[in-house]
Design a binder for this molecule. Structure first.
Ligand code: CO
Length: 211
């Protein structure tokens, strides 16, 4: 049986390093977590939430899935958001996509990838919403544009969730942000689609076209 001993060895090395830097670290952390940020990112192994923003354990509540998608009926993601907002009282939700996302790339192609195609259908929908803007783009330019549109769409989905709408109606201090990460150089870019209140969100996203 493979026990992945090397990972346990690395774990003990990490514990020793942390204890050397900060002997109270684990005692302090074991008492409670009070992160200010919920990170919703891609499962891609090159996009680790804490490391990118240089924050230690305890500072970021994290949910990751392929292509950082927030689906209105995904109980997993919704439960993370609800717990983060209502129980942990986090102040910021960040959707962080990344350029060159393989999930977004797969959504742009017509090839079949199995079960995952059902999940990526949500990203295909985003490409349909922005068909005009994507029409004349090609290759990486098209992929990266869809990566950005996908982040913005997920920000909209979070803002439209009952969880965030309820929090804002109670004047909770809660902001939603859309960022994108460059795997090529390690930098983050703000996509300037942040919302901190229902009014700020509805100014840009009318609640209904029928009113
Ligand atoms: Co990705």
């Amino acid at each position: 049986m493979t026990t992945l001993k090397h990972l346990f060895d690395r774990n003990l090395e990490w514990v020793a390093e942390v204890n050397e830097r900060d002997p109270e670290f684990f005692t302090r952390l074991s008492k409670q977590q009070s992160p200010e940020y919920l990170w919703i990112g891609c499962s891609d192994s090159r996009v680790p939430a804490n490391q990118i923003v240089k924050l230690p354990p305890g500072e970021v509540f994290v949910h990751r899935n392929i292509a950082n998608v927030v689906v209105h009926t995904d109980l997993n993601c919704l439960s993370v958001i609800q717990f983060a907002v209502d129980v942990l009282k986090i102040k910021h939700i960040v959707v962080c996509g990344h350029y060159g996302c393989a999930g977004v790339k797969a959504a742009l192609s017509t090839s079949k990838h199995g079960l995952i195609d059902n999940w990526l259908r949500h990203v295909k929908d985003v490409s349909r919403f922005h068909a005009d803007e994507l029409l004349n783009l090609k290759g990486d330019e098209k992929l990266d544009a869809l990566c950005e549109f996908n982040v913005k769409e997920q920000v909209t989905n979070i803002c439209n969730s009952t969880i965030v709408q309820n929090a804002w109606s109670k004047n909770a201090e809660l902001s939603i942000h859309g960022w994108i990460y460059s795997v090529n150089n390690g930098t983050l870019k703000d996509l300037n689609c942040s919302y901190s209140s229902l009014a700020s969100f509805e100014n840009n996203n009318p609640p209904s076209l029928n009113t």
